[in-house]
Every structure is written in C-alpha cells, then in structure tokens.
Ligand binder design. Structure first.
Ligand SMILES: NC(=O)c1ccc[n+]([C@@H]2O[C@H](COP(=O)([O-])OP(=O)(O)OC[C@H]3O[C@@H](n4cnc5c(N)ncnc54)[C@H](OP(=O)(O)O)[C@@H]3O)[C@@H](O)[C@H]2O)c1
Length: 278
C-alpha cells in the first residue's frame, strides 16, 4: 500500500539528508529524495515509498519541475536540509562567495518552502510539517565562517518568522546541529577554492592551514553520526506536538549556553585563542 505521509527532503546525496531518507522510510513515510545530481541517488533501494527527483535549491526551474513531479503525492512535510559552508575570513571573502552562500542556504531554502507550502497546506489543519536545518552557528558566530554564520542566522530568522505566521496550522521546526559526521568538511575545502593562496603571508595563513583539518578531526572524534542526527530530526517531525527547536549534539547545547552566560570579552578572547587570532 502506498504511504499516506510523504516528506520531501533536499540534499539527499550524502550526510544528514541521505540518513533522513532511510529513517523516514523505516518508519513508514514515503520519501521524495531530492538532489541536484540525480546520479547521486542511484544506489538508493527503489520502492513504492521512494521517488527520486532532481532539485537544485539554487535553480528556480528545477524547483518548478520538482513541484510538477510530486503534485500527485500526499505531501505532508518538507525538510530543508541542503546546504554547504563557505569558510574563510571576511577580509578575504569575495562578495560573489557570500552571494552564492546565501543563494543556496537562505534564498534556496525559502524558494523551496515557497514552492511546496501550497501543497502541504492541502493537508488537514496541524498535519503538515516544515523543518529548517540551521546550525549552532545560527545562534552564535565563530571566526573564519562569516558567510556561513550569516546564512544560518538568516535561517533561524526565517524559521521563527514562518512559525509566527503559519505555525498554528503547520508546525515549523528549527534544527540546530553541532558537529555531525558527513561530507560537510570535504565540501568546505572545495568551496574555499584558492583561499589558502589568498591568505598566504597574512596572519590568517596558519589558521586556514589548520582550520579544515582541526574541524575534520573534531567532527571525526566528537561529532554525532548522521544517522543519529537524522533520527532526532525524524522524531521531532513525526511528533504529535513537534518542538520549536531541536538542538542536536552536546556541543551545540553547551556552546549555546556558554555563549549566553559568559561575558562577551571573555567569550571573544576564547574564540580568538581557539582560532589562533591573538
Ligand atoms: N555536518 C555538520 O557538522 C553540520 C552542522 C550543522 C548544520 N549542518 C547542516 O546540515 C545540512 C546537511 O549537511 P551535511 O552535514 O549532511 O553535509 P553534506 O554531507 O555535505 O550534505 C549537504 C547536502 O546538501 C546538498 N546541496 C548543496 N548545495 C545544494 C544545492 N544548491 N541544491 C541542492 N542540494 C545542495 C549537497 O549536494 P551535493 O552532493 O550535490 O553537493 C548534499 O546533498 C546543511 O544545511 C548543513 O549546513 C551540518
């Protein structure tokens, strides 16, 4: 029998999105798994509970085609998961890099929500779900990640606003993960392109040299698995009364708390020290 509840997930080629596809299917939901490169979904087990659709969140035509491809399904939920991290000190961040970051993580997230909301609204009052995957970096900022910090702070604002506007009819759930094991840090290195050359000979050089490896090492050692993260997101989405926020990982929880209670000068000193900016 075909699933009664369908969820559309963006960014299913790897990481949290990929893990979400499995967990949603496991619990009986139908999944519209989307990715900008359809080949990246080819190894997923086919079934009547799975529809694979091409969707690049930064490409309006692909969003419109995806809407047409799923119109026949009883869509109940949307998980805005797709995103990447544009790292690098703001002094060396090209405006086009910031624009591209916001285009995917913010405008793309809104464009997908805007396109699929009318379909989700056809469900009974209270049934629909919108999930925005932000980050702990939507609640506090770290050096070397200005573009990403800005994009995730914007996602937090979009989720909070949408919740105020439609939250009584369609719960809006904001997800704030800390470090998760995924391809995220590989993509970071691809996205920063010639950054190491740009900062060569500047005080940022050693920070950039160490940045990716340190973060990768941290996530590898202490990060939560994408499967565990996906399960937390699924539980929140599937709950009768979904939470407003899902803080994923002890690192996200404790750093948000520390940011609130530690006086700003001490917080800044610790951050600069951590990123070798003293
Ligand atoms: N990993 C972490 O530590 C962490 C922490 C906090 C928040 N997050 C957030 O969690 C979400 C998922 O990240 P992840 O950790 O699972 O990283 P990931 O393994 O790199 O997965 C990111 C996914 O987003 C997709 N994507 C990027 N740009 C896209 C576009 N324009 N259109 C459609 N899909 C696009 C990627 O597709 P391609 O394969 O085509 O690039 C990939 O499927 C992101 O929003 C990220 O910011 C991650």
């Amino acid at each position: 029998m075909q699933a009664q509840n369908w969820v559309l997930i963006t960014g299913c080629s790897t990481g949290i999105g990929r893990a979400l596809v499995d967990v949603c299917r496991e619990f009986g939901w139908g999944v519209i798994a989307t990715a900008r490169t359809p080949d990246s979904l080819a190894d997923m087990r086919d079934g009547i509970d799975l529809l694979k659709v091409r969707l690049d969140v930064a490409d309006m035509d692909s969003i419109q085609s995806a809407v047409r491809a799923v119109e026949h399904l009883p869509l109940r939920a949307l998980i805005n998961n797709a995103g990447y991290g544009q790292m690098g000190p703001l002094e060396a961040l090209r405006p086009e890099e910031l624009r591209a970051q916001l285009e995917t993580n913010v405008i793309g997230l809104h464009a997908v929500t805007y396109a699929f909301l009318p379909i989700i609204k056809q469900r009974r009052h209270g049934e629909g779900r919108i999930v925005h995957v932000a980050s702990v970096l939507g609640r506090l900022s770290i050096p070397m990640a200005g573009a990403y910090n800005a994009s995730k702070h914007a996602v937090v604002a979009l989720a909070e606003t949408l919740r105020l506007e439609i939250g009584r009819e369609i719960p809006v759930i904001l997800v704030e993960p800390g470090a998760i094991q995924s391809k995220f840090r590989v993509t970071v290195k691809n996205a920063w392109g010639d950054l190491p050359q740009r900062v060569a000979g500047t005080p940022y050089q050693s920070t950039v040299d160490r940045y990716a490896n340190k973060r990768e090492e941290y996530a590898g050692k202490h990060g939560m698995s994408a499967d565990d993260c996906a399960l937390k997101i699924f539980r929140a989405m599937n709950a009768k009364h979904p939470p407003r926020r899902v803080i994923v990982g002890a690192d996200s929880y404790w750093s948000q708390l520390a940011h609130k209670v530690i006086p700003a000068p001490i917080w800044e000193y610790a951050m600069r020290r951590m990123y070798s900016l003293l």
